[in-house]
Design a protein around this ligand. Structure first.
Ligand code: KG4
Ligand code: ZN
Length: 358
């Protein structure tokens, strides 16, 4: 979809004759503020990350056991300008060298999105360069292309984060077929909730992964929701309830709770379901590469087990480098480059969309 016709762009920016073409050096400042990370990156020609500054608010939200939207947006306000300055400084790039400014405009927390989005629009207007609004989920997909240059289409992409669990199939970037998604909690959300009840703190994914290394993944037989059903959809709330019921019944019986075993068994249940859906898609679509994206793709057990299972199909698994798995602006800058080449610019009236779809 083109958000701004070239003519509109000319009226707004006073002529587009100076726009660069593929092959020119195109430097984009990208901003990501959809949840609790304030991030700015400078990306050259889509794949060359000159800087990727991420200011995490994790410490601030830890005591509440999750992200508090109001606190997140206030913190973004404090951090946004220093983070942008630091990204330019680390890249050795001046404002005047920027060819475009991009920002995530959804999905995410609306108050958080607004901070990065407004900063990007303001800068684009002041610098008289195009502004490019980016879908956060598309950013997670592109994170793979920053780290890997051998990915071949058609691609199957499993995006698993705190906000989404989506299985996507695509032959070319830009047109995605959504095979399935979660019907309730996202995978990362389930990790965060279970970590909270186990007293492991926030964010839950890394904490569960860490303690699981000392536990037995087969200790408790938690359900694998939807694993055999004829759908690519996921559901994690029943699994969450099963873990809560297990903990309650152990407490009632005054039986011991081995936190490492519970964490490992829960993690294994999530991984089994995710892998089953990926394999089902691989059997039904002419997939040449499988890619993982989103915060949960940082999970090394998921990576290892999925890669091993895909070997049976002679299929490679690509994952982003760890710094590009969780929220970051470099992935936003990467998408923005391809949009720039297509002159797919956004109007400065673009609004934040909490529930933006692919
Ligand atoms: O992509 P992301 O940074 O933010 C969203 O767009 O949601 O993902 C954050 C989510 C959190 O739920 C976090 O617990 C989970 O990713 N996560 C992990 C791991 N690292 C982060 N889940 C499992 N294992 C991990 N190592
Ligand atoms: Zn994300």
């Amino acid at each position: 979809m083109t958000w701004m016709e070239p003519e509109t762009f000319e009226i707004l920016y006073g002529g587009s004759g100076w726009l660069k073409e593929e092959g020119d050096e195109i430097i984009i400042l990208a901003i990501e503020s959809s949840c609790d990370e304030t991030s700015a990156a400078v990306v050259r020609n889509g794949l060359e990350v000159l800087s990727n500054v991420v200011a995490s608010q994790v410490e601030l939200h830890k005591k509440y056991g999750g992200v508090v939207p109001e606190i997140a947006s206030r913190k973004h306000l404090e951090l946004i300008n220093p983070v942008i300055s630091e990204a330019l400084h680390q890249a050795g790039v001046e404002f005047g060298e920027l060819d475009a400014v991009a920002a995530t405009y959804g999905p995410g927390l609306v108050g958080s999105l607004l901070v990065g989005l407004t900063a990007a629009k303001t800068l684009a207007y002041a610098l008289q360069v195009p502004f490019i609004g980016i879908n956060h989920i598309v950013g997670h997909i592109y994170a793979n292309f920053i780290s890997n240059n051998e990915i071949q289409a058609p691609v199957l992409c499993l995006t698993v984060s705190g906000g989404h669990s989506d299985l996507l199939y695509f032959e070319e970037l830009g047109s995605y077929e959504l095979l399935g998604s979660t019907r309730d909690d996202a995978a990362g959300e389930a990790f965060d909730k279970i970590a909270r009840v186990l007293g492991l703190g926030y964010p839950g994914g890394p904490a569960i992964e860490r303690i699981s290394r000392e536990g037995n993944p087969a200790a408790i037989d938690f359900p694998r929701p939807f694993i055999d059903e004829d759908t690519y959809d996921f559901s994690f709330s029943g699994l969450k309830t099963a873990v809560l019921n297990y903990l309650n019944s152990q407490k009632q019986r005054k039986a011991e709770i081995n936190v490492a075993d519970v964490a490992a068994s829960f993690q294994q249940a999530v991984i089994d379901v995710l892998i089953a859906k990926v394999l089902k898609a691989v059997e039904n679509y002419p997939v040449k590469s499988v890619i993982l994206s989103g915060g949960v793709s940082a999970n090394s057990s998921l990576r290892e087990q999925l890669a091993r299972r895909l070997e049976e199909y002679n299929l490679p698994l690509y994952t982003p480098e760890l710094q590009y798995c969780t929220d970051n602006a470099a992935m936003i800058g990467s998408v923005a480059y391809y949009k720039y080449l297509k002159r797919d610019f956004s109007p400065l009236t673009l609004a934040a969309k909490a529930n933006l779809k692919l």
